[in-house]
Design a protein around this ligand. Structure first.
Ligand SMILES: NC(=O)c1ccc[n+]([C@@H]2O[C@H](COP(=O)([O-])OP(=O)(O)OC[C@H]3O[C@@H](n4cnc5c(N)ncnc54)[C@H](O)[C@@H]3O)[C@@H](O)[C@H]2O)c1
Length: 465
């Protein structure tokens, strides 16, 4: 298509879980814009051009196929695409720092800052720069200082448009979001830039769902949204521990409190813990920011959300070992699910990593099954396996995973695990057979009747001995 047929050129730097799906959706909804996604990772860019996309997300391939080569393009040529762009979304990774000041808590902004410098060096005209990555509040201030000291007379407006999509339902979330948030400086130029971005989303999102705010509120809202979501999980998980001591049932408690409209019923499922690339890192980042402003009590409050999460993971494995007669050494254990949640292949910060590592340390023999995450699971465990790779097997077939196992641990709430033939699975297993339901998705009464010893998060223990 000839270049000038497009109304604007949008560039996205970072072709990951956020950049890819977000831009594919904008491309589908806004054929008038030309959208290019660039990345330093050439293998990722190559994969985006095939039908074997670098990330799994229900419905994503269909959207990509509709727009790829029409108004959605992928490239590793970052500089020339920066030059051409009117609007640049920056969606690079912002992991937790693993070195120096703020190690283990602060956001590592090296990828972010490198991007800012590439933008400054390659630009020849005014541009709108949009923070899509999740960033510490007031990062835009640093970005403004880096970009607007250029000697080329170029003006950059920096906006914050944090992404609230959830992996596993990204396409649905992007198509019909609860809200879109766009923060800007409240200057004439900032508001003009903000309106340009509002115009993009207004192609498919009702105007009343497009919220605008000042820059700092937008940056902070993303961290706070993740902190609140994770806090709900840690809250219910902390109560699951109490349920196990008192014969209260966590599902009944969740239901009883979730029907209170002031509390609401979402994010009240007890589990082995939250995972994903964002919750832990964003909360730790919030903790670090609070500390840096001297707000120590606030920092401790949010830090406890992360502490309860690791307590829950530890509790889960400890309970497995205790129930299996205090040793798993030499025993076969099948892990059902490795992704941090269902409908994604993403294993970053998955509780399954902790569970697997701990069981490996205890000399258990693991078989890991997952419909989408086996490739990533292998990568996650590589550093812990050293030469002893044979202590872990991988299979997509849960029946195969269960063969000769002493125990099954359900670690991801994949729907297919609800409807397996557990009678057949029981027959395949060593006895006494255990099921540890880390997601509370199975019919525990039924399993107990089949003959399993069943231990589920926040539920009374059901055992035959
Ligand atoms: N994953 C989620 O569900 C989610 C949801 C909302 C927000 N976020 C936030 O969005 C951001 C991106 O997350 P993600 O999960 O997409 O990360 P990701 O790691 O999947 O993707 C980031 C991409 O940026 C690329 N990159 C890094 N530096 C670059 C550079 N200088 N130039 C070009 N490309 C570069 C990397 O190669 C990588 O492919 C993070 O800040 C994250 O916190 C993530």
């Amino acid at each position: 298509m000839a270049e000038k047929e497009f109304k604007k050129r949008i560039l996205c730097i970072g072709a990951g879980y956020v950049g890819g799906p977000t831009m594919a959706m904008i491309a589908q909804k806004c054929p008038q814009y030309e959208i290019t996604i660039v990345d330093i990772n050439a293998a990722r860019i190559d994969a985006w051009q095939t039908d074997d996309l670098p990330i799994y997300e229900p419905g994503l391939l269909e959207v990509v196929k509709l727009v790829r080569g029409k108004n959605l393009f992928f490239s590793t040529d970052i500089d020339s695409n920066i030059k051409k762009a009117d609007i640049i979304f920056v969606s690079v990774n912002t992991p937790t720092k693993t070195y120096g000041e703020g190690e283990g808590k602060a956001a590592d902004l090296q990828f972010w800052e490198k991007t800012a410098r590439s933008i400054m060096n390659a630009s020849e005209s005014d541009k709108i720069i949009i923070e899509k990555s999740t960033l510490p509040v007031r990062t835009a201030y640093a970005m403004e200082r880096i970009l607007n000291v250029n000697t080329k007379g170029i003006h950059f407006d920096i906006l914050s448009n944090p992404e609230f999509l959830a992996e596993g339902s990204a396409i649905k979330d992007l198509e019909n979001p609860d809200r879109v948030l766009i923060g800007s400086r409240e200057t004439a130029s900032g508001i003009k830039a903000r309106n340009e971005v509002v115009d993009i989303y207004a192609n498919w999102i009702p105007r009343n769902k497009i919220l605008t705010s000042n820059l700092w509120s937008a940056e902070l809202s993303k961290l706070v949204a993740n902190a609140f979501l994770a806090q709900r999980i840690s809250s219910i998980n902390s109560i699951s521990a109490l349920c196990e001591k008192t014969e209260a049932n966590i599902s009944e408690v969740s239901n009883a409190i979730g029907t209170d409209s002031r509390i609401g019923n979402k994010f009240l499922n007890a589990s082995v813990g939250f995972g994903g690339s964002c919750f832990k890192k964003d909360i730790l980042n919030l903790v670090y920011i609070c500390e840096s402003y001297g707000l120590h009590e606030v920092a401790r409050y949010w830090e406890s959300v992360v502490k309860i999460n690791s307590y829950q993971e530890k509790r889960f494995v400890k309970n497995m070992i205790t129930l299996m007669f205090n040793t798993v050494s030499g025993k076969n254990v099948a892990l059902f699910g490795f992704a941090f949640k269902a409908n994604t292949g993403d294993t970053r910060e998955s509780p399954a990593i902790y569970v697997a590592r701990h069981l490996i340390n205890e000399h258990a023999k693991l078989t890991i099954t997952d419909p989408k995450a086996i490739g990533n699971a292998k990568e996650e465990l590589k550093p812990y396996l050293k030469e002893d790779i044979s202590s872990v097997q991988f299979t997509e077939n849960p029946y195969e995973a269960a063969k000769d196992a002493h125990a099954i641990a359900i670690l991801t709430e994949w729907n297919e695990y609800r409807d397996l033939d557990y009678k057949k699975i029981f027959e395949l297993m060593e006895k006494p057979a255990f099921i540890f339901d880390g997601r509370d998705i199975l019919d525990h009464e039924k399993l107990f009747k089949i003959g399993f010893n069943v231990s589920a998060i926040g539920k009374p223990l059901m055992k035959h001995f």
